[in-house]
Write a protein that binds this ligand. Structure first.
Ligand SMILES: [Ca+2]
Length: 399
């Protein structure tokens, strides 16, 4: 370590500057530079008191050179025919003297010797004036001649603060998570972390997923203090599932995720994220009509469908009218008078192969009434039969 700088300027009195000489009782003594004697160099300071009293020299040290918590150490060389004191002071801004082990007695010595060290701990939390003062004070009641030379005054830096470590972790259900933790008056960290801190008490404000926790922690010298934050898991997100049907509504269906719950279309509800099994009925009856499941809007044709609900989803099942079992040709049967006429086979084949379902459906609706009308009217029955015969011939010709 480098030798610290001597805070005292002109410590050996080789120049005429910097020292402030004071003499509380000037008529009882003198304070002068002595060019004939020295511990080192060529000059020293000579104080001659007739009857003792207070007097000496001040060396001021600027405030900004004195670090809070640091220690000032001072000493000087002297020779004296009477005992006296060396003192070190600082003054607070309101004029109070702050002193710590500030005074050392120097017994008489005929030869140059070094005084003991004086120690002054720079106070903390004090608004003090702009100097520390190193004084030579005579305290003797009789006459004394004191010579001083080679003043030394050093700042011993404040010892580094004792430290310990602070470790913080955060979990949800035992799983570590990255929580934001403000160590108040230090900074904000993200868990898990271990930081070195001066010993003392700290407040930690942790936050994760809109949950906050505050704990106090004491950092102990040379040890690790572990703070564990335990948060609760956030609820899973929910999404809107909509189940609809086309052609008809009011179709009962079930949604299963663990338990099975029944609903009817159109239905829309908020469900937690997850996989749900939607089961539509194969057929559903609405009044006189029976409807049959055809497909989902995505083209799938299984009436049971799994939906992975990770966003709002709308699904639609298409139902169509289910045709009743095909009876014989009402009208033709009525016209021919028998369901077994060979022409009927040709007509049935034509109906099943060539007519669109929609027309067949209308036919099934109206056919029975027309057939009843024809059955009891012989003339009409004959015309219809003739027309159908022609139609059957046409079909045959085209085949
Ligand atoms: Ca000197």
């Amino acid at each position: 370590m480098a030798t610290p700088e001597n805070l005292i300027l002109n410590p050996g009195f080789e120049e005429d500057r910097y020292w402030i000489l004071y003499n509380q009782f000037p008529d009882l003594g003198s304070i002068l530079i002595d060019p004939t004697d020295a511990n080192s160099g060529i000059r020293c300071l000579k104080m001659e008191f007739l009857e003792g009293g207070r007097g000496g020299i001040n060396q001021y040290v600027a405030k900004d050179r004195l670090v809070e918590g640091a220690t000032i150490q001072a000493r000087c060389a002297y020779k004296s025919d009477a005992g006296f004191y060396l003192t070190v002071y600082t003054w607070t801004i309101d004029g109070q003297i702050v002193k710590t082990d500030h005074r050392v007695f120097c017994p008489a010595s005929a030869d140059w010797i070094l005084s003991k060290w004086l120690t002054l701990t720079v106070p903390s939390g004090v608004d003090w004036q702009n100097f520390a003062s190193f004084q030579v004070v005579t305290g003797a009641s009789g006459p004394a001649i004191i010579k001083v030379d080679d003043f030394e005054m050093y700042l011993v830096p404040a010892p580094p603060p004792e430290t310990g470590t602070l470790t913080a972790t955060a979990t949800i259900n035992g799983t570590p998570v990255s929580a934001s933790v403000e160590v108040v008056d230090v900074r904000t960290y993200t868990t898990p972390f271990t930081i070195e801190l001066p010993v003392g008490n700290y407040t930690l404000n942790a936050s994760y997923n809109n949950q906050t926790q505050t704990v106090a922690a004491e950092v102990v010298s040379g040890q690790d203090t572990h703070v564990q934050f335990t948060f609760t898991a956030p609820p899973p997100p929910s999404y809107i599932l909509s189940v609809g049907t086309t052609t008809i509504s009011g179709v009962p269906f079930t949604i299963q995720e663990g338990t099975e719950v029944s609903y009817a279309t159109p239905w829309s509800g908020s469900l937690e994220e997850g996989i749900y099994q939607i089961a539509m009925p194969d057929t559903v009856t609405d009044g006189e009509e029976t409807y049959k499941f055809v497909s989902w809007e995505d083209g799938s044709t299984s009436r049971v469908r799994n939906v992975d609900l990770t966003t709002d989803i709308a699904i639609t099942a298409t139902y169509e009218v289910a045709l009743p079992p095909k009876p014989l040709c009402f009208i033709a049967t009525a016209a021919y008078g028998s369901p077994f006429a060979s022409e009927l086979n040709v007509l049935r084949q034509f109906r099943d192969q060539c007519l669109p379902d929609r027309i067949v459906h209308v036919y099934y609706k109206a056919g029975p009434y027309l057939a009843e009308f024809i059955k009891s009217r012989k003339a009409i029955k004959r015309y219809v039969r003739t027309a159908l015969n022609l139609f059957v011939k046409m079909i045959k010709c085209q085949q």
